[in-house]
Design a protein around this ligand. Structure first.
Ligand SMILES: [Zn+2]
Length: 325
């Protein structure tokens, strides 16, 4: 049964959330329903990383588990992204996982705690000026929260989920107006580690792209790159750059290796986000970017053995979102 929400707009108040939640709080989406039935990153050298409404859905069999549109529950009542487009059209306040995300990660701007982020769905209709850096960051974290939550263990560098791996060492994100790269890792604030993120400023082209998977995916890969540095992976110098990795090794992926792996597996849907549910034109556009990103890392970020060359799949997996026909 789908629950209609009549709110026209939402603001979520981070301070209030912090006050009422603890870092170990579990979201409804995490319930076991079986009982109830300073390194700098700029991304690949070329191309430039370019880099709906939201009503919680409850199913009949997993009625205690609420998830936003674009996320469905598998047979074990575990959430998975079934339609990334629909998820990214929703606002954070409609997401039952928001309280957990905001308890796990502090969001700061120039070191100051961000207390309010406004959002009016659908995101595609939101004036670009209202699609703030803070909102983009929260949207990215929502995607990371749900990404392969139902299939932990399918990442080469961690036995857990992408989200849990991120939060195991990163306490927050600081949108830093002085940041000169897309992101850097990591700055210490109050004894906690923060990934520093550059604001988009007047980059309306990329701000617009980040309404969609084609843009948010770049943020996910970038944050994973930064997080990988905390596992002891530093960059090396070669080919006239000090922002390189030694070699692509899937048993010990480097930061750029992690990025390549994510793009490649999003492309092949081995790390599925409902990519097949995108319109044909958007799917092609996104796939082209993923292929180009992989090629950029392959040719421009490794001193030694690079990853393989990739190409667009000849066919796509079926869309698992029954509402998208
Ligand atoms: Zn790096």
């Amino acid at each position: 049964m789908r629950v209609r929400n009549t709110f026209k707009s939402w603001s979520f108040f981070l301070a209030a959330v912090f006050a009422i939640t603890g870092s170990s709080q579990v979201s409804p989406a995490n319930l076991d329903c079986s009982q109830v039935i300073k390194d700098k990153v700029t991304g690949p050298p070329k191309p430039n990383v370019i880099d709906k409404n939201s009503n919680p859905v409850r199913t009949r069999t997993c009625f205690e588990v609420a998830v936003p549109e674009g996320v469905r529950l598998n047979a074990s009542c575990s959430p998975r992204i079934s339609n990334i487009h629909r998820l990214l059209e929703t606002c954070p306040a409609s997401d039952p996982a928001l309280s957990v995300i905001l308890a796990d990660f502090e969001i700061r701007r120039n070191g100051n705690l961000v207390r309010t982020v406004s959002c009016t769905p659908p995101i595609s209709k939101l004036p670009l000026s209202k699609y703030t850096d803070e909102l983009i960051l929260v949207q990215t974290l929502r995607v990371m929260y749900y990404m392969h939550r139902s299939t932990p263990g399918n990442l080469p560098w961690t036995k857990g989920t992408l989200y849990d791996w991120l939060k195991s060492k990163v306490r927050g994100f600081n949108i830093n107006d002085q940041e000169t790269s897309a992101a850097s890792c990591c700055a210490e604030i109050g004894g906690k580690l923060f990934i520093s993120v550059a604001p988009l400023k007047n980059d309306d082209f990329n701000r617009d792209l980040k309404r969609r998977w084609i843009g948010i995916s770049g943020n996910v890969a970038l944050y994973a790159h930064e997080r990988r540095h905390l596992d002891g992976f530093a960059h090396v110098s070669c080919k006239g750059s000090d922002n390189m990795d030694q070699a692509y090794n899937e048993t010990s992926l480097s930061p750029f290796g992690v990025q390549w792996w994510l793009y490649k597996n999003w492309l092949t849907e081995d790390l599925g986000v409902g990519f097949s549910c995108l319109s044909d034109s958007e799917r092609q556009e996104t796939a082209d970017l993923f292929v180009n990103a992989c090629e950029g890392y392959r040719t421009g970020r490794f001193c030694g053995t690079p990853p393989a060359s990739v190409s667009k799949p000849s066919s796509w997996r079926p869309c698992l979102d029954p509402t998208k026909q």
